[in-house]
Design a protein around this ligand. Structure first.
Ligand code: ACO
Length: 326
């Protein structure tokens, strides 16, 4: 049994935060942000907008594009590090608000690698015959975890969601995957407090312990190396080479990371899907958001070979080699 994508969707909140806006609240500049990251704008959730709201909007677009109803989907999976609550899983809320309470639903929490891990897990559920059709959503409201006084992280993150409906198929789109993790130094990129290691106190809140902390330069080096190695491993498991690829769809964390990885994979710019200028880093949402936009723009043709690759907190990384089926 194989798997294919039956429909894609995406959503980003209406409010936009530009580099000019950031210049007004931080010691930074449009020039610095553009040359160091490639970012121009990010979308920011409203105070009353939670991750499940973004996920549902993306899921509805995917359902419409696939001409399906929520009841036609057997299971709902949300990849996120910004769940509505620490528990229950955001997937449960999404399924119920779509009117299908009772369906299985769960979350995958592996930061920006969430869609890559999710694609591997969901493809396995379908290829092994457990479910016929699964909704995989990457959705984040990272703006709620950003310290807008820290210029090294505040410029990077935005909110958004992307959804893919995966279904069984006689032809198999899933060709191979490579996943990895290294939790030796979680503090390289983490939310220090609010978990069982360091519960929140007034002092910790005052020190922004509930916001993203990151050693940017270390993440940068790791990101390029891991995305390249993981992509090559997935490709070789599928008996493919980078030159066989139609598209590289990488996690959108920094334009320079994407360009460096693409260059080492000898991928010309026209084969690399990039929308970082519009959304910034939307963690687990970035790859499905870029994929949904590429599909909407009719860039993808039947039989196109794609590598999805990402990295993030964990540290974690991965790549999936995929044959697009129209
Ligand atoms: N505006 C102006 N200057 C700044 C800003 C800013 N927004 N941020 C940092 N600087 C300054 C620094 O203070 C430093 O100044 P100094 O030389 O006087 O000390 C200088 O710019 C250079 O700082 P670096 O950190 O070396 O800058 P770098 O070129 O590495 O860019 C960045 C920083 C953009 C964070 C980069 O390291 C990066 O993108 N890293 C990867 C981050 C990433 O991908 N994170 C997401 C992972 S996914 C997930 O799981 C959420």
């Amino acid at each position: 049994m194989g798997v294919r994508m039956a429909g894609l969707g995406h959503y980003a909140p209406a409010k936009v935060l530009t580099n000019d806006d950031l210049e007004k609240i931080l010691d930074t500049s449009d020039e610095w942000i553009t040359t160091r990251t490639g970012m121009k704008r990010r979308h920011i959730a409203a105070p009353d907008e939670a991750t499940s709201d973004l996920a549902i909007a993306a899921a509805k677009m995917a359902l419409q594009n696939a001409s399906l109803k929520p009841k036609d989907v057997d299971c709902y999976v949300v990849a996120t590090v910004t769940p509505d609550f620490a528990f229950p899983a955001t997937g449960c809320i999404v399924a119920s608000k779509l009117g299908v309470a009772g369906k299985p639903a769960f979350d995958i929490e592996i930061a920006c690698s969430g869609f890559i891990y999710g694609l591997t897990v969901v493809s396995s559920l379908i290829r092994s015959g457990v479910y016929k059709r699964v909704m995989l959503i990457g959705a984040e409201t990272l703006s709620k975890l950003v310290n807008y006084q820290d210029r090294s992280t505040a410029i990077l993150f935005g909110d958004g969601a992307g959804a893919a409906i995966l279904e069984e198929s006689s032809e198999d789109s899933f060709l191979a995957a490579d996943l990895g993790s290294d939790g030796t130094t979680p503090e390289t990129l983490y939310l220090p407090a609010g978990g069982s290691r360091t519960p929140l106190t007034p002092e910790i809140l005052a020190a922004h312990g509930d916001k993203i902390h990151m050693a940017g330069r270390e993440v940068f080096k790791f990101a390029v190396n891991r995305m390249v190695e993981s992509s090559l491993t997935a490709l070789s498991r599928a008996n493919l080479k980078p030159e066989d690829l139609s598209y590289l769809i990488p996690h959108q964390a920094n334009r320079r990371i994407i360009d460096a990885a693409a260059q080492r994979l000898s991928m010309p710019p026209e084969k690399v899907i990039v929308n970082i200028q519009e959304y910034g880093n939307t963690s687990a949402a970035s790859i499905p958001l870029a994929l949904s936009e590429a599909s909407r723009d009719r860039k993808l043709k039947d039989g196109d070979l794609i590598v999805f690759t990402g990295f993030g907190a964990g540290l974690s990384w991965g790549a999936v080699a995929w044959r697009w089926a129209a």
